[in-house]
Design a binder for this molecule. Structure first.
Ligand code: MRU
Length: 350
């Protein structure tokens, strides 16, 4: 069992993803500031995981508060929310989680301060449990789309490490394997942060799921050689028209999949669907430090002074998707209708 993040009596405990795969160490954050830092530095990463981390960061603000009135506590919660909202702009789950915690506070605002604090801590823990249940449901829906045997390619890490547990894209693969499908995963290494090589390979090895790591520029050749029967990736934000923001390089994989007539699936919880965002052009794309490109393992690999770009995500237009797998069912084109219908459905209960 992989414990990506957990609420403990001492604070939020994160498996430090910057140290994997060579070191399995944990970091305890006892303040919202420390949680914000853990999100920025990618100790915790992946859209659903940073959503749950944000909720727990706000729960820490409640736990640590010396506020004597609900209004005073609300100011502190708002402040923690603002701080955490500044960490990473693309994954909508972060903002969804902050909003949900604020709504919880509104629901119980007339209660004594101790009760409000307790309700916020409970809500963050509920979001953790709900995320695992959503991933398992997503797995059940998505497994039906996986081939009975052969290669399935994934990009980045949309696994247990990117969620509270089980994973979205890797949850679909896990469920398919649990059903007896003989899947061999091809994991794109995912330059520059190497989530595929370091994290996807690590967690699939732990589960005994056969995995081959390839560098990103090998994906097209693997498809052409007939080694890939399906592709499944996660998402950081899905616009109302079905355009998908995910780890940089996802767009390239989707275009290659179309050329080779390989189905390209996106697996994500409903909390990743942003119906307020009309299309992919409106999704904010995080630009990360250029040192992630100029250096590998601390060693400089490009000349001093050269221009570098480092967008962390790209947008795949909806026309490349075979389907979007959610915990509430499978959405197919036309996405404006199918996503809106799923978003309106009853949520999966824990
Ligand atoms: O920069 P990261 O590692 O947070 O990016 C993660 C991804 O792009 C994932 O594919 C996405 O968040 C979905 S995780 C279930």
């Amino acid at each position: 069992m992989i414990h990506t993040l957990e609420w403990t009596d001492h604070g939020v405990r994160f498996l430090d993803q910057t140290k994997l795969p060579t070191e399995e160490t944990y970091v305890i954050c006892s303040t919202p500031e420390q949680v914000a830092d853990a999100i920025c530095t990618m100790i915790v990463r992946g859209a659903p995981a940073i959503g749950v981390a944000a909720a727990m960061g706000i729960a820490l603000a409640a736990k640590n508060s010396a506020a004597e009135s609900p209004d005073e506590l609300k100011d502190e919660i708002d402040h923690a929310g603002e701080l955490i909202a500044k960490t990473r702009p693309t994954a909508v789950n972060l903002f969804w989680a902050i909003q949900r915690m604020k709504e919880k506070l509104e629901q119980v605002r007339t209660q004594p301060v101790a009760h409000i604090k307790h309700a916020l801590i409970e809500e963050a823990q509920r979001m953790h449990a709900e995320d695992i249940a959503a991933n398992q449901a997503m797995g059940r829906h998505g497994a039906t789309l996986m081939p009975s045997s052969g290669g399935v390619l994934t990009h980045c890490n949309a696994g247990a490490l990117a969620t509270a547990g089980y994973g979205t894209a890797l949850g679909v693969i896990r469920a398919a394997v649990e059903q007896g499908k003989r899947i061999h995963v091809y994991a794109d290494e995912t330059r520059p942060f190497l989530q595929g090589a370091r994290l996807t390979a690590w967690e699939l090895m732990k589960d005994g799921i056969p995995t081959t790591v390839i560098s990103d520029n090998m994906a097209g050749a693997m498809m052409r050689q007939g080694k890939i029967g399906a592709i499944v990736v996660g998402a950081d934000r899905i616009a109302a028209n079905g355009d998908v923001a995910n780890k940089i390089g996802t767009y390239t994989v989707a275009v290659l999949a179309r050329e080779h007539r390989i189905p390209f699936y996106v697996a994500a919880p409903i909390s990743t669907v942003d119906l307020a965002c009309p299309d992919g052009s409106k999704i904010p794309i995080e630009q990360r430090n250029v040192i992630e490109i100029s250096h590998i393992g601390g060693k400089q690999i490009v000349p001093d002074g050269v221009s570098i770009e480092n967008p962390a995500f790209d947008v795949t237009p909806a026309k490349y998707l075979a389907a979007i797998i959610t915990e509430r069912g499978i959405a197919r084109a036309p996405y404006p209708e199918s996503l809106a219908a799923l978003a309106g459905k009853t949520k999966v209960e824990v």
